[in-house]
Each structure stands twice: as C-alpha cells, then as structure tokens.
Design a protein around this ligand. Structure first.
Ligand SMILES: Cc1cc2nc3c(=O)[nH]c(=O)nc-3n(C[C@H](O)[C@H](O)[C@H](O)COP(=O)(O)OP(=O)(O)OC[C@H]3O[C@@H](n4cnc5c(N)ncnc54)[C@H](O)[C@@H]3O)c2cc1C
Length: 335
C-alpha cells in the first residue's frame, strides 16, 4: 500500500496551501478532494466575488485567487486526487489507513484535516413556489457576472456575501436592488460603505412575500414592509438571487473511525494545531480554538504550523523550517 508522510484531506484554499508548503518541505504528500476541482468554498460558492482580506492582493477575484494557489501548488511534486471522498480514516500501529469512495486505500504517517465544514448547500428561501423557479430567473449561485449584463436584478440577504454581490453585480446590471428584513446590514463596515456609496437600491426593512413568473418572462416580486405589512411594493425584474448564507453538513467526516474531540461542529486543536489524536491535525474551517475566525487568511497562516508540526511528529530530528528564500530548488526538489 502506498505510504505518504502527510495526507491532506480537503482541497479548499487551506488544504491547497498546506499541500504546497508540505511540498516546499520536501515531504511525500497527497491532497484528496471530493469535488472535481480544487478551491473549496471559493470555487463552489463565490468564484466571481472580489476577496479583499487575503495578504498581498488589493482585491482578487475568487477564481483568480484559486488559480494563483494552483500555480503555487505546482512548484513541487504533490499527488492530487480529485473526485475522491475520504470515507474512512483508521489508525493502526502509528500509521493511518485512508479509504476513499472510489475504493482506493493508502497509508500516511500523519493526517491534516482541511475538510472545512463539510459539503455545503445554500439556505433556502421559505416562500411558496420559489423553488420551482430555480433556473428560470431565481438563483442561489452566481458563477459568472456576465450572465447579468443589462438585467434588472434583486438580491435577497443582508450579510457580507449579499452586500458584496450587490455591489459587484451593479457594475454590469441595468439596476440592482438588495432586500433585507432589517435596516442595517451584517457585513464588513467597508463593504457597507461601498454599498451606501453605490447606486444599488436598498429595500429595507422588507421581506419577500411572493414571487411569480409573468407572461413577459420577468419575475414579479412582492415585498412587504416588515413593520407596516400593508406597505407593499411589487418589482418586475429579470433575476432574483437568494443569498441567505449556507448550511454545512459534515456527515462523511463524522463516519470516520478516528473521531478527534469536537469543539462545536468542528475539531478542537491545541497550539500545534493537533487534534485529540496524535498525528492528526486540523486547520482552516475544519478546526476551532478560542478567538479563531473562519477566514482564508487565518487558515493559510495555520497551514505551515500544521505541516511543521506533522513533520516533527514523524521525523523529530529533521528540525527546521528555514526560509524558502534560503532553499535552492533543483528539478522540483529542495537542496
Ligand atoms: C459566500 C462566502 C463568502 C466568503 N467570503 C470570504 C472572504 O471574503 N474572505 C475570507 O477570508 N473568507 C471568506 N469566506 C470564508 C472562506 O471561504 C472559508 O473560510 C474558506 O473557504 C475555508 O477554507 P478551507 O480550505 O478550510 O475549507 P473549504 O473551502 O470549505 O474547503 C474544504 C474542502 O474539503 C472538501 N472535503 C470535505 N469533506 C471531504 C472528504 N471527506 N474527502 C475529501 N474532500 C472533502 C470539500 O469538498 C471542500 O472542497 C466566505 C465564505 C462564503 C460561504
């Protein structure tokens, strides 16, 4: 059976960077990802969004950020298995046996869990009939903003993602409205400033009471004022984008034989990012400790610490790390 130094389970941004760093430290590493492409939530949920809070980028489109991580990942040999879900992790005699849904088995000296919060799905709108209009003007995902050029668009939601989407799509739409049931938005202050200074029309505090397809193909969206229900507005628009956040399911991870101690829905870790099981580390959205924020920048910072701690676990005499600038790359290996 193939034996790796480190198995990284989950190919979101944090797993990708951890795999790169493990390559930089010249380990034999495998990165396993359920989906056909790497990038986790960024690729699946917001490839078009401009991410403002990763170091070194004065704003970067989600898809471009993941492409940069992909380029970085290619600097060193790391085996990547996509379309492969890890269905079990067992520990025997200080080695981990990893089993996948496509009947592969391999072993690793250490495991870094970067599964995020598991698979994700959008929180659904609770208005009769809307689900039947998905794909007919009603959307939960925006993968290409060019689909909305010159459209009249309504975005439902009041969080970061809804606010960012409204200002982003407003660059190409004929009109953009954002509907939120409160007067204030739950988004980063600067994002709200951008919204307030844009031409996006705010429909607050209002809620959607019905959505119907009209004969002209447009959507008729009826809004009611939250405090004065008789105050009704009817909008005729091309698209309704529902952005009420995401629900996550972690069932696959919960069925593994090894079950590190949880902190809430995810794994609790110590200062070395190690879970309650020796040799199993968890970083990114898959782990929690006091003060932790679920942000890409935080997970990227955890990745080198987890890789270095993993190396220390299976090879305590190796020492390091140095700085990458002090290392010489020859034929994809460090000297
Ligand atoms: C709409 C939205 C906007 C956001 N905007 C920002 C932002 O602007 N800035 C910011 O810093 N953060 C933002 N975030 C949060 C950010 O996306 C997450 O913190 C980040 O994606 C966490 O990365 P990760 O690699 O830990 O996990 P994820 O991105 O969740 O990746 C986990 C990966 O593991 C895979 N996986 C799960 N289980 C298995 C298994 N059993 N076997 C194999 N693979 C598995 C999944 O398919 C997934 O690809 C946003 C999140 C959302 C939803």
């Amino acid at each position: 059976m193939e034996l790796y130094d480190i198995a990284i389970i989950g190919g979101g941004p944090v797993g990708m960077f951890a795999a790169f760093y493990a390559g930089l430290r010249d380990t034999k590493t495998v990165l396993v990802e359920s989906l056909p492409t790497l990038g986790g939530q960024v690729t699946a949920l917001y490839p078009e969004k401009i991410i403002l809070d990763v170091a070194g980028f004065a704003g970067v489109k989600g898809s471009a950020f993941i492409e940069s991580l992909n380029q970085q990942l290619k600097l060193f040999p790391v085996e990547i298995k996509t379309k492969t879900t890890v269905t079990n992790v067992q520990k025997q005699h200080e080695l981990f046996t990893i089993t996948t849904d496509n009947n592969q088995s391999f072993q690793a000296k250490t495991v870094i869990v970067t599964t995020g919060k598991g698979s994700f799905e959008p929180r659904k709108i609770q208005v009769d009939g809307v689900e039947s209009l998905i794909g007919q003007g009603v959307h939960y995902f925006v993968t290409n903003k060019q689909d909305f050029v010159d459209h009249d668009v309504v975005i439902a939601g009041g969080g970061d993602s809804a606010v960012d989407m409204a200002t982003m799509l407003n660059e190409v739409t004929a009109s953009t409205r954002i509907i939120h049931r409160r007067d204030t938005f739950r988004a980063m202050e600067q994002s709200v400033n951008v919204l307030n200074n844009s031409t996006v029309i705010k429909e607050t505090p209002k809620k959607i009471v019905s959505v119907n397809k009209q004969v002209d193909g447009k959507l008729a969206i009826t809004l009611a004022h939250v405090k004065e229900p008789d105050d009704i507005t009817v909008l005729s628009v091309d698209d309704l984008i529902i952005n009420y956040g995401f629900l996550s399911k972690n069932q696959t991870v919960q069925s593994w034989d090894i079950q590190p101690t949880h902190d809430g829905q995810v794994f609790g870790v110590n200062q070395q990012l190690q879970t309650s099981i020796d040799g199993v580390f968890a970083i990114g959205d898959a782990s929690h400790y006091i003060g932790k924020a679920d942000l890409i920048a935080v997970g990227l910072g955890e990745a080198p610490n987890a890789v270095n701690a993993a190396i220390n676990a299976f090879d305590p005499h190796r020492g390091g790390p140095g700085h990458s600038s002090a290392m010489i790359i020859k034929n994809g290996h460090l000297e």
